[in-house]
Design a binder for this molecule. Structure first.
Ligand code: BTN
Length: 245
């Protein structure tokens, strides 16, 4: 698929065969003065990163690994909402393939309890890097991931046009990433209706330690609402969230 005509107008696309990490490349572009909306996509990352410093590895040619540069007009306090915008953009793009995609707050996309996409948002002084990894045409996962990961191919039963999925995510992200300010209720509604944690017992790990409780949903600022022993806590950040069976 020729990708150019499918992209939002003012988007600058950098295509790399191999790179250390698309997040690092976008950060370098940002530091060199690149404009809002620059996108780097790579076929292979030699040091792809996940959250908590974990490695993010995917076989070349099968998954999507890319990062978008945002220079939001909104105050930095609202930038963490970009993780929700990114997860939602991916979920919406995947749904066009007939799957039901859920958002695992704050930034994973799940299908039937398995992870199909991870988002890594990293901020600098005046920019944000939105990194997105999506398992599109992964036909098989290593045994240790088989229960926790899935791909669009595995869910639909056939290989999917990666460039088409990429372009659709970018189009959705172009809309959603501008809804972190006054239009946040629009973003929130769409995220809430896909939140896979609502109504579940969950365990959270953050800098403040381990917390377990019942998830009451997502609050008006995008924070997770956790009921712990009858008290409602507002969780702004968590390193890891698990559903307790
Ligand atoms: C996670 O689930 O822990 C987040 C994974 C994010 C992976 C993507 S792939 C493109 C971008 N470049 C990186 O090095 N990481 C993100």
């Amino acid at each position: 698929t020729a990708i150019g005509p499918l992209l939002p107008d003012d988007m600058r696309l950098y295509i790399r065969e191999e790179i250390d990490s698309t997040n690092d490349e976008v950060r370098r572009l940002a530091e060199a003065g690149a404009a809002d909306g620059a996108v780097v996509i790579a076929n292979r990352q030699t040091s792809g990163r996940g959250r908590r410093g974990a490695a993010w590895v995917c076989p070349p040619g099968e998954a999507l690994a890319f990062s978008v540069l945002a220079r939001p007009a909104e105050p930095a306090g609202l930038w963490p909402r970009l993780a929700l915008a990114a997860g939602l953009a991916v979920a919406e793009a995947l749904e066009l393939h007939g799957v039901t995609a859920g958002i695992k707050w704050p930034n994973d996309v799940w299908i039937d309890g398995r992870k199909i996409c991870g988002v890594l948002v990293e901020s600098g002084g005046h920019h944000v890097v939105i990194g997105i990894g999506v398992n599109v045409n992964v036909a098989e996962f290593p045994a240790e991931l088989a229960d926790s990961a899935t791909s669009l191919w595995l869910e639909t039963g056939e290989p999917v046009d990666r460039a088409g999925v990429f372009a659709e995510i970018l189009r959705r992200l172009d809309v959603r990433r501008h809804q972190i300010g006054v239009d946040f209720p629009l973003l929130l509604d769409a995220v809430r209706s896909r939140c896979v944690l609502t109504g579940r017992r969950i365990r959270l790990m953050s800098a403040d330690g381990l917390r377990e409780g019942f998830c009451e949903g997502i609050g008006t600022g995008g924070e997770l609402l956790l009921s712990v022993d009858g008290r409602l806590e507002r969780i702004l950040q968590a390193d890891e969230v698990r559903v307790v069976e």
